[in-house]
Ligand binder design. Structure first.
Ligand code: PMP
Length: 402
């Protein structure tokens, strides 16, 4: 059989490493191995019943046709209200687009703007998809390391030094996947001051986790803090994480009209519109009583605190306290250079992750996947029992290193 010659935009990118890690867990479980799975990137809660009911009501009311490309008015009004009340962002309904998940919206935004040779600044550690999304659209990812010394956050100095005439975008993710670090208003203001001086640079603010929030300051967005970035900022969010709606595939963004129109134009040729039923459910989720979110956050917070305590009690590991999201990003520098009971030297966080999987049956994602080593990401979107059992196994595995 002759093989198909695939396009470079496909051959140049990787399958998402977290998807690959999740698949590995499924394969091992299928072989009968008991695995404590800390790779999960989605809430372990079910979608609230009231949201499901809203979707069923939409189906029965005949909301089963194409909607406008940029999303229903009801959903965009809900988004507009949320951005205004929570983040102090003013926008018209035309400045909002809705797509099949935040991932799709971000991808299409890059597709609408990035040309061959354009640079996209990505602070590391980063969400695994950003570099590949940039490459798939012909751009060049410019990875800037933002280590623990700067709280895993981009600083004005690092940003200023990375900007060139070819810079198209800088990506900010707050709270971050994988570290949980979130920017406060002062930090955003300082970054905004740099961006205002470089009007050719757009800023992509991925705030998908901003309701899963533990910090003692309120969630904020660079566009709310610096309204003068109105022509430069795209602020995206979605219902996947906050409302346990990953499978419904609704994400959205607010941005400059010209950019939103370009995204809509591409979407009109790609998908026509996001699912009508999911949009009805998302509009309900955003406007309904938010106590379910508050309750889920308290559950995540207790798990975060416990995991943080247990990980920091392991001499080889250390971990910062996340401001939001449902991940921890422990440093495993203390394990690097040590030898496993079977005589293998641990040279990298990848080796450490494989050691945990093989000997302790604990699945995590190694820091190399997020562009900053030596770390590993663990998810707290799983039960307290699983977290405690996994941390005990990790402690045992670390103690066995010499
Ligand atoms: N941004 C980040 C940082 C994420 O972790 C994810 C989900 N893994 C997304 C965006 C995409 O979310 P959605 O389900 O809305 O596509």
């Amino acid at each position: 059989m002759t093989s198909i010659k695939l396009a470079a935009r496909v051959t140049n990118i990787r399958l998402s490493p977290s998807t690959a890690a999740a698949q590995k867990v499924r394969d091992l479980k299928a072989e009968g191995r008991e695995i404590l799975n800390l790779t999960v990137g989605e809430p372990d809660f079910d979608t609230p019943q009231s949201v499901k009911d809203a979707a069923i009501a939409a189906i029965n009311a005949g909301d089963t046709k194409y909607t406008s490309v940029n999303g229903t008015v009801a959903l965009r009004k809900a988004i507009q209200h949320d951005y205004k009340t929570r983040l102090n962002i003013d926008c018209s309904l035309d400045e909002i687009c809705v797509g099949g998940g935040a991932k799709q919206v971000l991808f299409v935004a890059l597709m609408a703007t990035v040309e061959e040779g354009d640079e996209v600044i990505i602070p590391a550690p980063y969400w695994v998809s950003y570099p590949d999304m940039v490459i798939a659209n012909g751009g060049t990812p410019v990875i800037v390391k933002c280590g623990e010394d700067v709280g895993f956050k981009l600083t004005p100095e690092i940003l200023e030094a990375a900007i060139t005439p070819a810079t198209k975008w800088v990506i900010l993710n707050s709270p971050s996947n994988p570290t949980g670090a979130a920017y406060n208003a002062e930090e955003l203001r300082a970054l905004g001051d740099v961006l205002v001086k470089h009007p050719h640079v757009l800023v992509m603010c991925d705030e998908i986790y901003d309701r899963i929030w533990y910090a003692d300051f309120d969630a904020c967005s660079i566009l709310g803090v610096c309204p003068e970035l109105k022509n430069q900022a795209l602020v995206s969010n979605g219902v996947s994480k906050s409302y346990a709606m990953t499978g419904w595939r609704i994400g959205y963004a607010v941005g400059p009209l010209q950019l939103i129109n370009a995204i809509n134009k591409l979407q009109s040729q790609m998908s026509s519109c996001p699912s009508s039923v999911s949009q009805a459910a998302a509009a309900f989720a955003l406007t309904a009583d938010q106590s379910g979110v508050t309750e889920a956050v308290e559950v995540y917070r207790a798990r975060r605190d416990r995991a943080h305590e247990l990980i920091n009690a392991i001499p080889e590991l250390s971990c910062t306290l996340p401001d939001g999201a449902f991940y921890l990003y422990p440093c495993c520098a203390g394990a690097i250079g040590k030898t496993t009971p079977s005589g293998t030297k641990i040279e990298s966080d990848l080796d450490f992750g494989l050691y945990l999987l093989d000997t302790a049956g604990v699945a995590s994602v190694h820091g190399g996947a997020y562009g900053l080593e030596p770390y590993f990401r663990i998810s707290t979107a799983t039960s307290m029992e699983e977290i405690e059992a996994a941390c005990a196994k990790i402690a045992e595995a670390c103690a066995a290193l010499t």
